[in-house]
Design a protein. Structure first.
Length: 493
C-alpha cells in the first residue's frame, strides 16, 4: 500500500467518532428522597443520604443527588425500610389503610393462617395497597376435616364453632391432616399457623405431626401456644416447652407469637427458654406487641371455664369492644353466647419492656379491625403498633434505641422468612437492589393516636410510605387509586 494511502487511512480512522469517549448522562430515577436521615439496620448505616428509586427497587443510596422525575425533600425526617408485620389479622382494604398510615408495607397473616391458601392469594392479587401473605392454617385444616367446612377465611376460624375445636382427630386420620397442610404449603403458604389454645382437643401427637410437615418443607411454624399464664403445668412456660421439644425433634423452624400475652409476669422465663434454645442451635424466634392488653373472640375456647385462674384476671378486666363496657359475670355469659371481640387487660407494664430489650424479639401487632355497622372496632394495636414503638418505647421512654426499634420491625421479620421466600432478602433494608418498600417518618412527632376507647385513629408522624416504589402515603395522606402490593409466597421444597 502506498505511503500516502496509509496516511489518509490513519487520518480517516482518527476522525471516526469513538463511542466510549462520549459521556453518557445517567438515566433519571423515578423518585429520589433527598436530605433524610437514612437507617439501614443490616449495615448500621445512619447518615444523611439521597435514596434513588427506579422500577420499584432502590437504585442508589448516595451523598450526591441523582436526577429524578420526582424529587422529594425529606430533610429532618428518617428514611427506613417499610415495616413488616408478621402477625396481622386485618387482611382487607380498610385495615391495609390503617397499616399503611402506621408505616407498614408488608402485612402477613401467619399466626392462624388460612385454609385453603390458593383462593386467599387470588382474592388479593392486583388489588392490595400493601404487600400480603399467609400461612397454612392448622385450625382451618382441622375444621375442613372434622366439620367439612372451609368457609372461614383467616382468623375468622376462631370465631367459628364445631367439632374442630373440642374433638380430637383419630390417629388413623393424622396422615390426612398432614396431606392437607402439605398441599397448602405447595400452594405458597409461608409456613404453618397454629392456634393450639383455640383447638384444645388437638393432641400433642397431632401437633408433632404438623411440625413434621413443616420440617419437610423447612417452613416455619407460627404458634399461639397451647397454654398461657402462670398456672404450673398449664401456663406459658409449659406451652413454650411443648413447641421447643417439637422443633428439636423434627427440625422445623419455630416462631412463638405474642410472647408477653403468653408469659404475663413470667415473660422473662419464656424468653430464657427461647434464647436458650437459640443458643443451642434451634431456629426459634418470637415477637411482642407494645400494649398491656390482648384481644380475642369471647366465644373462643380461651374463655372456657377456669379462664380467670389461668389468666389471673376477673370479669372487670375484659372490655367488650362493641359497647366499650367492662364485663360482669352476667354480661360475660350473655355476650359469650352472642359472640364477638373482647379486649383483655392482663399483661404487666414491664413485660413488653423486658421483651424488647432482648435483641432477638420482633415487633408484631396481632391487629385487625372488625366492623360493626361499617365502623372499625377492636384493639388500638390494629392502627398504632409501629408508631407506638417509635414514639413511646424509643423517643419518650428510651427502652430501646431508634436503630433497634427499626430493626425489630424490618430486618428481623424479613430474616424470619428468607428461608421460605428468598425475595424477603430484598426487604427490611435500605440498600441498592432492595425493594423500594420505605417509610419516612418524623422522629420528633411519630406516635400512636389509637386508644382502647377510640382505636380507629391513624398514627401521627408517618409522612411518606412507598410500596414497591409507589407512594401509598404522601404528605401524611393516603394516596387514592393505587394498589402496588404484591404477594409474599413460600417457595417450599
Amino acid at each position: 500500500m502506498p505511503y500516502r494511502t496509509l496516511v489518509l487511512l490513519a487520518v480517516s480512522q482518527l476522525a471516526l467518532p469513538i463511542p466510549h469517549a462520549v459521556a453518557q448522562r445517567p438515566a433519571p430515577v423515578d423518585v429520589v428522597l433527598v436530605g433524610g436521615r437514612v437507617l439501614d439496620p443490616e449495615t448500621s448505616l445512619d447518615a444523611v443520604r439521597a435514596v434513588g428509586i427506579r422500577g420499584g427497587r432502590i437504585a442508589s443510596v448516595t451523598t450526591s443527588i441523582p436526577t429524578a422525575r420526582d424529587t422529594v425533600d425529606v430533610k429532618g425526617l428518617v428514611v427506613a425500610p417499610g415495616f413488616i408485620d408478621l402477625h396481622s389479622h386485618g387482611q382487607d382494604s380498610i385495615n391495609y389503610r390503617f397499616l399503611a398510615r402506621d408505616g407498614v408495607t408488608t402485612a402477613l397473616e401467619l399466626e392462624l393462617g388460612t385454609y385453603p391458601v390458593a383462593p386467599w392469594y387470588a382474592k388479593r392479587e392486583g388489588k392490595s395497597l400493601i404487600n400480603f401473605g399467609v400461612s397454612a392454617s392448622h385450625p382451618g385444616a382441622r375444621r375442613a376435616m372434622l366439620d367439612n367446612d372451609s368457609t372461614a377465611e383467616g382468623a375468622d376460624v376462631i370465631g367459628a364453632t364445631g367439632a374442630f375445636v373440642r374433638s380430637p382427630i383419630d390417629r388413623a386420620r393424622l396422615p390426612e391432616l398432614e396431606h392437607r397442610l402439605d398441599a397448602a404449603l405447595n400452594d405458597g403458604a409461608l409456613g404453618i399457623g397454629m392456634g393450639i389454645n383455640y383447638t384444645p382437643a388437638a393432641t400433642r401427637e397431632e401437633i408433632l405431626h404438623a411440625f413434621g410437615v413443616a420440617a419437610r418443607h423447612q417452613a416455619p411454624v407460627f404458634v399461639h401456644l397451647r397454654s398461657a399464664g402462670l398456672v404450673e403445668n398449664a401456663g406459658g412456660i409449659a406451652g413454650v416447652q411443648e413447641v421447643i421439644a417439637d422443633a428439636a425433634a423434627t427440625g422445623a423452624p419455630l416462631h412463638v407469637v405474642h410472647v408477653t400475652s403468653m408469659g404475663l409476669s413470667a415473660t422473662p422465663a419464656l424468653l430464657d427458654l427461647i434464647d436458650g434454645a437459640r443458643a443451642r442451635g434451634l431456629d426459634v424466634t418470637t415477637e411482642a406487641y407494645p400494649y398491656t392488653a390482648g384481644a380475642t373472640m369471647l366465644q373462643s375456647a380461651i374463655f372456657d371455664p377456669g379462664f380467670r385462674d389461668r389468666m389471673g384476671i376477673d370479669y372487670k378486666d375484659i372490655l367488650w369492644t362493641a359497647t366499650g363496657e367492662r364485663l360482669t359475670a352476667e354480661s360475660f355469659e350473655r355476650y359469650r353466647k352472642q359472640g364477638g371481640l373482647a379486649v383483655i387487660f392482663m399483661i404487666p407494664e414491664s413485660a413488653a419492656d423486658q421483651a424488647y430489650r432482648d435483641a432477638h424479639v420482633m415487633v408484631a401487632s396481632d391487629g385487625g379491625f372488625q366492623f360493626q355497622n361499617g365502623k372499625p372496632i377492636g384493639h388500638p394495636r390494629s392502627a398504632g403498633t409501629h408508631a407506638r414503638i417509635l414514639g413511646r418505647f424509643v423517643r419518650e421512654r428510651h427502652v430501646i434505641s431508634l436503630m433497634d426499634g427499626v430493626r425489630k420491625m424490618t430486618l428481623l421479620p424479613a430474616r424470619r422468612l428468607e428461608g421460605v421466600d428468598p425475595g424477603m432478602k430484598r426487604k427490611g433494608r435500605v440498600q441498592v437492589g432492595a425493594d423500594a418498600d420505605l417509610v419516612v417518618f418524623d422522629p420528633a412527632l411519630v406516635n400512636d393516636r389509637a386508644t382502647f376507647e377510640q382505636p380507629a385513629q391513624y398514627s401521627d408522624g408517618i409522612v411518606h410510605v412507598l410500596v414497591n416504589g409507589t407512594f401509598v402515603v404522601r404528605g401524611s395522606q393516603l394516596v387514592p387509586g393505587v394498589a402496588p402490593g404484591r404477594s409474599v409466597r413460600g417457595h417450599n421444597k
